[in-house]
Design a protein around this ligand. Structure first.
Ligand SMILES: Nc1nc2c(ncn2[C@@H]2O[C@H](COP(=O)(O)OP(=O)(O)OP(=O)(O)O)[C@@H](O)[C@H]2O)c(=O)[nH]1
Ligand SMILES: [Zn+2]
Length: 413
């Protein structure tokens, strides 16, 4: 079977988010004899990636780079060389023509171009799987690394929806919610606010009010209410996540693990564990950070990497702008193009605060996030920043369009 040209929905990797866009991006690599895979976990120099034939452990050495934003990360789509298989259903002779110089053929005489040691091998020999290329990312969650150079590190790639878990059992801290929303927009993923533990709030009117408050502080972002304890709201949430890739963000104690368990419908520890061969016939047991959601609930994929949950802003100016889109829209009306909305005459933002249509709290939160972001940006390599900005523009065009479409009338009557 030709896996790449079969319909995207029946592709063995459809469960892991394979779609026509990925198929198109992968097509050139198929001609090189590489196989598509999605990265489920990364270690130093290696990753676990799921292929049509299961999970393989692959070296990431061929795509190693100095730029940490280009390092292999969970959620990446990769083109793998997996070595020749003795009982392959697709012998070399049936492969498409046109394999020229530089084209990788498992076990072929041009093995030297693959960068792996060993050179030519007899047909049927095994070689360790390698990541040969990463497909372009649709979205990426980046955080600054601990190093002095303050570079970005990618925590998750190709995320469609960022679930922002907010506990209804604690006081609703809107600035925190805004911060996570900014982070989500910055990644290119669509934020989704999930108010958790609704069973702990007795009065439905209170829940509705809190949901309205959350919605008010996140223009264009949907707000769902769930109780993992009672299994309420999970179906609606599953429907939103269907087919896409999501991540869980939120404060400690917000209910992320509980929600992950409820969505996965099994013991997460079991789901996480991978026992598979590493391509050399050895069996290893590891965990994975990318987990398929049950197909009965609509499918999709959950990425839950340890570092992602509490990630900080990293060059999020545009994401902050999307989060406070009503302020950015007002700013267009200020007399001065570079108005700081502090004490300038004819400032439309301050006027909106005065007439009560813009909560003072929103303006303060906006300023605080911009300041936080500026501090990080000051430490960040200019080249990487430009790159991130470009990526944001590409990726979030759709998100912002949706936000604008949904935002509706900006000012209260
Ligand atoms: N009543 C109730 N309690 C819940 C619900 N969801 C989570 N909890 C409780 O809230 C607490 C925190 O939940 P976790 O799922 O561990 O929160 P978390 O966001 O994963 O926390 P960290 O791992 O620290 O990031 C636990 O005691 C859960 O049992 C719910 O729907 N209802
Ligand atoms: Zn102004």
């Amino acid at each position: 079977m030709n896996l790449v040209s079969s319909p995207a929905s029946s592709h063995p990797l459809a469960r892991y988010g394979w779609d026509t866009r990925v198929a198109d991006a992968f097509a050139p690599y198929e001609d090189e004899g590489l196989v598509p895979a999605r990265v489920v976990r990364v270690d130093r120099g290696r990753c676990d990636a799921v292929t049509a034939d299961g999970i393989v452990r692959a070296s990431t050495a061929p795509v190693a780079t100095d730029d940490p934003t280009r390092a292999v990360c969970t959620g990446d789509w990769a083109a793998l060389s997996v070595g020749s298989e003795p009982d392959s259903t697709e012998p070399d002779s049936t492969e498409p023509d046109g394999a020229g110089p530089g084209i990788f053929r498992p076990g072929g005489p041009d093995g030297s171009v693959t960068g792996s040691p060993g050179g030519p091998r007899p047909a049927g020999a095994e070689r360790a799987p390698e990541v040969r290329a990463l497909l372009p990312r649709r979205t990426a969650f980046v955080r600054s690394t601990a190093s002095n150079r303050s570079e970005g590190q990618v925590l998750a790639a190709n995320v469609d929806v960022a679930l922002i878990a907010v506990s209804l059992a604690a006081e609703l801290e809107l600035p925190r919610v805004e911060r996570f929303v900014a982070l989500a927009w910055t990644s290119g993923a669509r934020p989704l606010i999930v108010l958790t533990k609704s069973d702990l709030v007795a009065d439905p009117a209170t829940v509705a009010q809190l949901a309205a408050d959350a919605a008010e502080s996140a223009p264009g972002v949907d707000v769902l209410t769930v109780s993992a304890a009672r299994g309420e709201g999970l179906e609606a949430l599953g429907a939103v996540l269907a087919g896409g890739t999501c991540v869980l963000l939120g404060q400690s104690g917000a209910g992320k693990s509980t929600l992950a368990n409820a969505l996965l419908g099994e013991d997460v520890q079991d789901v996480r564990t991978v026992r598979d061969s590493d391509g050399k016939g050895r069996h290893t047991t590891t965990t994975r950070d990318l987990l398929p959601l049950p197909e009965a609930a609509g499918g999709g994929v959950l990425i839950d990497t340890p570092g992602l949950r509490g990630v900080g802003l990293w060059d999020a100016e545009a994401g902050v702008g999307s989060t406070f889109s009503e302020i950015e829209a007002l700013a267009e009306e200020c007399r001065f193009h570079d108005c700081r909305h502090e004490s300038e005459p004819d400032c439309a933002v301050l006027a909106a605060v005065d007439d009560g249509s813009l909560p003072q709290r929103r303006l303060e939160s906006y300023r605080k996030l911009l300041r936080e972001n500026a501090r990080i940006a000051a430490r960040t390599d200019a080249r990487l920043r430009a790159e991130q900005k470009r990526r944001f523009k590409e990726m979030s065009a759709v998100g912002r369009h949706n936000a604008e479409r949904k935002r509706g009338p900006r000012r209260k009557p």
